[in-house]
Design a protein around this ligand. Structure first.
Ligand code: ADP
Length: 545
């Protein structure tokens, strides 16, 4: 017997329709590429999104077509998110920090038909347009006529102006209803190993992920919140904030390309931001700015940090010096991205000091909707004792089962789990801790050493600005940890003293064999340390000498 409840597909357009109807005054404030502030509301942006859908129709976009965006966080990008998915097409967000070769590869692989982009990226598209296949019919700059860049495009590719097209379109568009499993958005992983792969989100997975993100023990947005996603809309849909914020009526403060410490501080204070989210590198930059300038953040209550392990320094500094709570989360493009979130359970609600810090350094526990397990090399499940580490696998309502162009299920193990490529422990309370990416783990004499744990310790040294650990080849042990360090400005660090900093904190055989000092570390398109580049440069450091 079937239940007798109303049946409505979970569609992304319904989030916006709800926000416009029930939270009409919720704001979207954007720092534009030109540098001024643009303000709108859910009431006013909803008809603009319908107008955008009409604009897409006039450009010949059909359901299932891929429409690309190469853009910062802004109201126009939000209009495209809803306009494209709302009409049944697929919003393909492209990371502008990718190499031109990867960018062309992605546009060709996705067979994008139209590309919308911020004027900042005019030189980028001018450089790659010749390598883009003919599927791309039009390039639309997300600006007004007065700011249109003048670039040359190959024959058959139109150069158009967003606001001109919007004026020419109309709002007499009604959001269509269709199967909730329809594809809505496409995001390529940054391809640190091999070619980028496209993760294809559905309307259903996106709406469910937004619901889950809004649970009290997850990001838990509320109508009164003013959210500033530092994480870009081109990186796993800004961790879903463009969906989770309107779902509850929270205001969105969009920083555009202005992501330095000074700009973020000003925008957060001017716009009374309550919550923000981003990768650790951004918060390290912000912290340095706050300390150097003496400025304060007057309204921010919490930051969500994920994307790479949050160093202890950030928890402590923001807690003690600025009264801002940091929540640690883990996820990946293939998980839309949220997989775990670190919130207390009754058993550990009263922890303090070192014990509390150790808990907060973990990446968190499963959110309803995504399950996880750790397995050994043979795929046998490992115990949850907080010590044994294994390959982390996930499955759930917003976990991918194949990559764009693949066949459903081909990215899964025979028993239906997705291998994340991370190595982790899970403790008896269900808190997961990432110890490494499987390709970064250091195998010393057959035993595993966690590069993340060693990096975190190095980063807690007062003279260290940034640190990375790589596996360096070793004649006797196969691999040994090598510490690569960027000293804080104006500081010099003694090698031996830095290595002795590890004593008593980790097993003796974990202590790195050597330290290399550099002026900066290479970062990936998503702001993570590029271990591959470091390995290419330093892997033979211990054998060469
Ligand atoms: P990529 O970095 O390849 O573009 P993602 O942005 O999807 O891909 O990153 C996902 C990966 O980032 C995870 O598999 C994990 O290794 C790492 N990661 C994410 N959050 C955390 C965290 N809180 N701590 C440690 N590592 C994390």
């Amino acid at each position: 017997m079937l239940g007798l409840m109303q049946d409505q597909p979970l569609l992304i357009s319904s989030i916006l329709a709800h926000a416009a109807r029930h939270h009409p005054k919720g704001e979207i404030v954007s720092k534009t590429v030109e540098g001024d502030l643009h303000r709108t509301t859910y009431r006013d942006i909803e008809p603009r999104c319908r107008r955008a859908a009409r604009m897409l129709q006039r450009l010949g976009v059909q359901p299932d077509d891929r429409v690309a965006t190469l853009a910062w966080n802004s109201f126009r990008h939000l209009e495209l998110y809803y306009g494209i998915s709302g009409m049944g097409a697929i919003c393909h967000t492209i990371n502008p920090r990718l190499s031109p070769a990867d960018l062309a590869y992605i546009i060709n692989h996705a067979e994008d038909v139209v590309l919308f982009l911020d004027t900042t990226f005019a030189p980028l598209i001018a450089a790659v347009a010749k390598d883009v296949r003919t599927s791309l019919r039009a390039v639309v700059f997300m600006t007004e006529r007065a700011h249109m860049p003048d670039i040359a495009l190959p024959m058959g590719m139109d150069l158009l102006c967003y606001e001109d097209l919007m004026v020419a379109a109309d709002e007499d568009y009604a959001w269509p209803s269709f199967d909730e499993h329809t594809a809505a958005a496409l995001c390529y992983t940054s391809g640190t190993t091999g070619k980028p792969k496209g993760v294809l989100y559905s309307h259903r997975s996106t709406v469910l992920h937004a619901f889950a993100s809004n649970m009290a023990d997850v990001i838990g947005l509320r109508a009164a919140d003013r959210v500033l996603p530092v994480v870009p809309m081109f990186h796993v849909n800004a961790w879903g904030t463009p969906y989770s914020a309107p779902m509850v009526g929270a205001s969105l403060i969009m920083p555009g390309r202005h992501l330095d410490g000074a700009s973020l501080t000003k925008l957060m204070n001017d716009e009374r931001v309550t919550l923000s989210a981003g990768v650790p590198t951004v918060w390290l930059g912000l912290l340095n700015h706050l300390r150097a300038s003496g400025e304060r953040l007057h309204t921010v209550k919490s930051f969500v940090i994920g994307g790479s392990a949050c160093p202890r320094l950030l928890f402590e500094a923001f807690d003690k010096e600025y009264g801002i709570r940091i929540d640690h989360a883990w996820g990946m493009s293939e998980l839309s991205p949220l997989g775990t979130y670190n919130a207390p359970k009754p058993a550990n609600a009263d922890l303090a000091g070192e014990e509390l810090m150790r808990l907060r350094e973990k990446q968190g526990r499963s959110i309803f909707g995504v399950d996880m397990r750790i397995v050994d090399d043979e795929g046998r499940e490992l115990p949850w004792d907080g010590t044994v580490s294994g390959h982390l696998q996930s499955r759930g309502l917003w976990v991918c089962n194949s990559y764009f162009g693949g066949t459903a299920g081909d990215a899964l193990t025979p028993d239906g789990w997705f291998a994340t490529g991370d190595v982790a422990t899970i403790d008896a309370d269900g808190y997961m801790e990432i110890t490494d990416r499987s390709k970064d783990v250091i195998k010393s004499g057959g035993e595993w050493i966690s590069s993340i744990q060693l990096e975190n310790l190095a980063m807690s040294h007062p003279d260290v600005a940034e640190a990375a650990i790589i596996a360096a080849r070793h004649e006797k042990w196969d691999e040994r940890p090598l510490l690569i360090v960027v000293p804080r400005e104006g500081r010099t660090i003694d090698k031996a003293a830095l290595l002795s900093f590890y004593e008593g904190k980790v097993a003796k055989w974990w202590i790195p064999d050597d330290v290399v000092f550099v002026s900066e570390l290479p970062h990936t398109a998503t702001g993570k340390v590029q271990k591959l580049a470091l390995r290419t440069e330093w892997a033979n450091h211990l054998v060469a000498g």
